[in-house]
Design a protein around this ligand. Structure first.
Ligand code: SF4
Length: 376
């Protein structure tokens, strides 16, 4: 990650982790922090599941997880992995055969806890299938389903118990010479999750999948995830994230990106900086931002846009954004380009105009990036 020498207070020093591949997506090391989500369709509803995977990928998901609870789902997975534009992680619980079937069906990664699938022979069979089909794995420790002996030892789910559980699963894979895996230690309680993640981050160099499990609905889950994941990411912990919401997977992807964008860890699309508005606003800031968010969803190029109600904060914010608009009065405002006041625009034409300016800027940035790549 490039460090900001001008504003060192913005730097995040990422924990050094081993890099693995989830299909074509690198996770860990210096790879960008990837954003994941999970389908909530019945996996055997193949068209429905593929549509959801595609929508999530379109929204920016790098990796999508699909539940594989039974043999019919493993069969469906074959078609889903074939049609998916992004690597698919198969979510397996307990049934080692599902793990083998999922690897054969083209899953890029198996979410499976080796300690929960029975004998050493079964573990070896799953590892062999993963090796044969180029699959990585994710160990997924969850505070709600800790092993009985750990609950007896610690009395309740606690960070130490979660780390111990994680390290036990890690040992099983490593003892079998398998190292292509990442690990998560999720809890719905942000304190517990944060402490467990800090513990596991110290105990191993494996890439970390971050998540606050069962975080809740769109608003409460977003806030919980932003606090829990945000703190960990700020500490430099986390190589891939999933925001769990009782909402559409596309919302999970959007929230994931917003968390990464807020920390400057990843950029995608237009980062809108807008004021909350007040009596001084020269136009309806809230409605404008809502409409611009909708109309600029198609832009994938990272760029910034400031939409500010008046000159109290407008020119200052516009200085640091690619495109800006500041309300002025008398039915018009000032358009800023690359931080400089450029021209006036009437409020009633402003939304169409800003969309055009952003599209123009995105095309310019894409052309520059293409040129730079060609020069390499
Ligand atoms: S920038 Fe202006 S309109 Fe926006 S909240 Fe501040 S004072 Fe109000």
């Amino acid at each position: 990650m490039s460090l900001n020498h001008v504003r060192p207070w913005r730097n995040i020093y990422r924990r050094k982790s081993r890099q693995i591949m989830v299909g074509s997506v690198p996770v860990g090391g210096d790879a960008p922090i990837s954003v994941q989500t999970m389908t909530n369709t019945v996996t055997t509803d193949i068209p429905g599941t593929i549509a959801q995977v595609q929508a999530a990928a379109e929204a920016g998901a790098d990796i999508v997880r699909v539940s594989v609870p039974d043999e019919a789902s493993s069969k469906a997975l074959r078609e889903i992995t074939r049609e998916s534009p992004v690597p698919i992680v198969a979510d397996i619980h307990f049934h080692y055969r599902r793990g083998i079937e999922a690897a054969e069906a083209g899953a890029a990664c198996l979410r499976i806890n080796p300690g929960n699938i029975g004998s050493q022979d079964r573990v070896r069979e799953v590892i062999q299938a993963a090796r044969d089909h180029g699959c990585s794995m994710r160990i997924g420790v969850n505070a709600g389903s800790l092993e009985k002996h750990l609950l007896e030892k610690y009395g309740e789910p606690c960070p130490e118990a979660m780390v111990e559980s994680g390290m036990d699963h890690i040992r099983i894979l490593e003892d079998n010479g398998f190292h292509e895996f990442k690990i998560s230690v999720k809890a719905s309680d942000v304190f517990l999750a944060a402490a467990a993640y800090q513990g596991i981050a110290e105990a191993t160099d494996k890439p970390i999948h971050l998540g606050i499990t069962e975080a809740g609905g769109l608003t409460s889950g977003t806030i919980k995830s932003a606090i829990g994941l945000g703190n960990l990411l700020w500490m430099g912990i986390g190589d891939t994230i999933r925001v769990s919401l009782s909402a559409d997977p596309v919302e999970e992807v959007k929230v994931g990106y917003e968390i990464l964008k807020s920390l400057g860890l990843r950029h995608r699309g237009v980062n809108i900086i807008s004021c909350p508005s007040c009596a001084r606003q020269g136009f309806d800031v809230i409605k404008t931002v809502e409409e611009l968010e909708r109309r600029l969803e198609h832009i994938k190029t990272p760029m910034s846009l400031s939409i500010i109600g008046c000159v109290v904060n407008g020119p200052g914010e516009a200085l640091m954004t690619d495109v800006g608009f500041t309300g002025g009065g008398a039915g018009s405002g000032m358009v800023y380009l690359a931080g400089k006041a450029s021209h006036k625009m009437s409020n009633d034409q402003m939304i169409d105009h800003i969309v055009e300016e952003v599209e123009k800027k995105a095309a310019e940035l894409e052309a520059e990036a293409a040129k730079a790549q060609a020069a390499e």
